[in-house]
Design a protein around this ligand. Structure first.
Ligand code: ADP
Ligand code: GLC
Length: 496
């Protein structure tokens, strides 16, 4: 199949979270399975043009009320032959930030930026004379793709192309004033007809959900949760209407990057047969974070965007049961890496000054994230909601036991510890309250000191888990076939 991924993030070129990991890993796996998969994304300011190949002809793109011109660059996804095309438009992407900056968290012209990418994706195909079977759009930023395919382009060259929309996070929808609608470069009748209108504003994700031939999200449990009133962020009704095309496919992990046996970012490597390298990583982590080097005290790691989704209010805001109480009452250490909401960054810095057993780095640091996964004994992820979550899987692969809330992909990947049999791969709780985080962390710490044999067995069980992309990528191929059938009446069984 010919597949074009349309995305705002791809590792290693641009990343704010797991979306970037998921897109590139899925593309690589589909490529391994013999599909002609390509990626198109913006050429952000920080992506060095001199390392990319320029494609000569500029593209005319019908975003906004008058046509604009973009340039296209190309580079393979490093270490692969998956082509990545970069849409270069100085006004839209020649600045710091992917969706916004600290000063302007959501760029006011995001509708226009999104339109330049999505219209640009269609123009790119025309330029290349390469018409994909599937245009696979990721998250709200790329939602114009299914709209354009359904209402504008599905004739002529795109008559045999279907759309798939993957929702990585329903909490980010792209809501803008109705005044932004002209920026999308669409006829006004699509304001209602394309599914954009919501309470007098435009909602890009809602339009994508309305128009996509197939809709996926990144775990089976989240596929159910996002159709519920509690988890639907107001779009649950529409998702229920479209439930016959909604599927949940669990993300895999990129095992070339996240493998403790070969990870080049670690001071020592290890596998489930010999965990001595993990002890070296723990020591290196304690040193790097400025924690006392103690091999018998459990280290709890956190690597996260500091966003409400991640349960930060329940963990960091001062209250009984918060991380302060954990550090004050239990013999543990915390190694924290994260950035995001200002109040939380400030709170973590103040905790550091009060607690000798909590150390944090506020910022983004790839190599430290690997060291925390490898050097910690436990990994805390108390998410309010979690469409999939990658860190709990990385943790298990690195022999680090996750302590997680039973939600979304966390519920699908972590098995509850049984203190009688020693079964399980981690520690789960249901209610997102500081008390539940405190109690469950306390339970894990108790097991660390009192059930060493169980801890060892759980580590090994987690490290042996198969979190590869192989099965998930195959599931996507099935979904692509469904999309072609629903969108274009094409039966891919006839291709064989
Ligand atoms: P989300 O996409 O919601 O942020 P995921 O668990 O799916 O959550 O993916 C997060 C990804 O981003 C992981 O690869 C994680 O290691 C990485 N990450 C998050 N914050 C940081 C940080 N401050 N420094 C380095 N990597 C980070
Ligand atoms: C989102 C979700 C996260 C998921 C990631 C990749 O950012 O918050 O749970 O793992 O996308 O699909």
């Amino acid at each position: 199949m010919k597949i074009l991924m349309v995305t705002s993030e791809t590792v290693p070129f641009a990343k704010t979270g797991g979306l970037a990991d998921a897109v590139s890993a899925l593309a690589i796996n589909l490529r391994k399975q013999g599909h002609d998969v390509r990626i198109v994304m913006p050429r952000y300011y920080k992506i060095d043009r001199s390392k990319l190949k320029a494609i000569e002809a500029p593209l005319a793109v019908a975003a906004g009320t008058i046509e604009t011109w973009v340039k296209v660059y190309e580079a393979p996804l490093p270490g692969t032959d998956v082509p990545v095309y970069f849409i270069d438009h100085e006004q839209c992407f020649g600045r710091d930030g992917i969706y916004g900056t600290k000063a302007e968290p959501d760029f006011h012209d995001n509708p226009y930026r999104s339109a330049v990418l999505c219209h640009g994706a269609f123009q790119l195909c025309r330029l290349l004379g390469w018409y994909p079977d599937i245009m696979h759009a990721h998250d709200w930023f790329c939602c114009l793709v299914p709209v354009l395919l359904k209402h504008v382009c599905r004739n002529g060259y795109f008559a045999h192309t279907a759309s798939v929309l993957t929702i990585h996070n329903l909490g980010y929808q792209g809501w803008y004033s109705k005044d932004s609608f002209p920026a999308l470069g669409l006829d006004w009748n699509l304001y209602y007809g394309g599914g954009f209108e919501r309470n007098g504003s435009i909602n890009l994700l809602q339009a994508g959900i309305s128009c996509a031939d197939m809709i996926t999200t990144v775990s089976p449990t989240y596929a159910g949760e996002m159709q519920s009133v509690e988890g639907g962020f107001g779009l649950d009704g529409l998702l229920r209407v479209r439930s016959d095309v909604v599927r949940g496919v669990l993300n895999g992990c990129d095992l070339e990057t996240w493998n403790p046996k070969t990870d080049k970012l670690l001071p020592a490597n290890f596998d489930y047969k010999d965990l001595s390298g993990k002890a070296k990583c723990k020591e290196a982590l304690q040193k790097r974070m400025g924690l006392p080097v103690k091999k018998d005290v459990p280290v709890i790691g956190i690597v996260t965007r500091l966003a409400d989704q991640k349960g930060i209010a329940e963990v960091f805001a001062p209250s009984y049961g918060s991380i302060y109480s954990i550090c004050a009452n239990m013999d543990v250490q915390f190694a924290i890496l994260g950035s995001g909401e200002k109040w939380c960054e400030d709170e973590i810095n103040s905790l550091q000054s009060k607690l000798p057993n909590l150390r944090a780095y506020i910022g983004y640091d790839e190599s430290l994230s690997h060291l925390i996964e490898a050097g910690s004994d436990f990994f805390l992820m108390p998410s309010r909601y979690e469409p999939c979550g990658l860190n709990q899987m990385y943790s298990m692969l690195y022999g680090t036991l996750p302590i997680v809330r039973r939600t979304g992909g966390l519920a699908d990947t972590v098995e509850q510890y049984n203190e009688f049999s020693g079964d399980g791969t981690g520690f789960l709780f249901d209610n997102l309250t500081p008390g539940a985080v405190y109690d469950t962390t306390g339970w894990a710490v108790w097991a660390y000191y009192n059930k060493k044999d169980h801890i060892k067995k759980m580590q090994v069980r987690g490290m042996k888990k198969n979190f590869s992309w192989d099965t998930s990528a195959q599931n996507y191929v099935g979904i692509y076939s469904d999309a072609l059938w629903r969108g274009c009446g094409i039966n891919t069984a006839d291709w064989r």
